[in-house]
Design a protein around this ligand. Sequence first.
Ligand code: NAD
Ligand code: IPM
Ligand code: MN
Length: 353
Amino acid sequence: MAKFQIAVYPGDGIGPDVTVEALRVLDAVQSSEPGLTLAYEHLDWGVHRWEQTGSVVPDNFLDILRPFDAILLGAVGWPAKIPDHVTLAPLVAIRQSFDQYACVRPARLYPGVRSVLADKDAGDIDFVVIRENSEGEYVNNGGRLRRGHPDEVAIQTALHTRRGVERILRYGFAIARTRRSKLTMITKSNAQAYAYVMWDEILEELSAEFPDVSTERQHCDAAAMNLVRRPEEFDVIVASNLFGDLLTDLGGVIGGGLGLAASTNTNPERQFPSMFEPVHGSAPDIAGKGIANPIASILSAAMMLDHLDSSNAAFRVRKAVERALADGCHTPDLGGTMTTEQVGTAVVERLSE
Ligand code: NAD
Ligand code: IPM
Ligand code: MN
């Protein structure tokens, strides 16, 4: 019987609230899924730990996480208490140290959910962003000179490698083959001619290997506009780390809201644990109110099940979510009145349907 060891890192703000519901759904699905056993270790990391010890994670946090089969993360950050770059540094370090280079973020409008875009129905918005997650604009590479002086200088240099760009594009092509066979690469190669022209060249080289996948390029400014005015034209988007970050908040909100947007941080070679988390953050504005939408966390847990080769369990979770949304089981962000816990219960109840 497969027993998977899962590190659970609920984090801050609404992170713990939504993670509890994802765990309830995982427990319910595994109780009726022969062969699936998940063992959890709960990590009390985050702002609460920082208040007691002065650091959000232990010094050896990567060593602690490395043996696990997967990491389920809630959300991190509480900017009123700690600067974000301090709280969030471990999250970025996990992604980069564990070579979780493929960040997969579906954006899909579900039946029963309204988009902020007028006249869009379920099916009109159904794309997936493959965000390069290990390098690009997020490398810790730079410095500051003459701190505090009027002529202070800050340098932050992005890093794009041929290997990194090629592997994320290959990942995107492979996903496109399982979908509508269209790949849109989003860069800014008209202005940033070193890095993104290399992206252009690598796309050109690889597209010959994938003649069944149609490819196009868009600059990120035009892509932001096109995602709003004709989202139905997108299938698979591949983008650098920062552009992928921006476009997935946009994808989340046009797909019904950030409360529905799930994400992976995948190490496809499985040399390290992959991490699963909602796209959204810790939402301090609604933390502690019991009204956070747990669906993004639940769908992230479903993506974790897929990664653990438990695709039947993943399928059942997704179907239960679809039914709950179609039945109007909505938290206030979707215009409903249900609590976080009530929506979690609604999904659990629909697992057996
Ligand atoms: P956010 O994603 O936390 O919230 C943006 C808006 O969306 C808020 O109005 C919030 O109430 C709403 N929202 C988000 N998730 C929701 C949910 N599940 N249900 C209902 N509404 C939801 O972004 P922010 O406010 O800019 O950032 C808050 C903190 O989270 C910051 O510290 C930020 O750095 C951090 N952050 C962390 C992650 C992460 O852990 N991966 C991601 C993004 C932001
Ligand atoms: C996300 C978040 C993170 C990112 C932050 C919290 C570092 O916005 O997961 O989308 O920028 O990757
Ligand atoms: Mn983001």
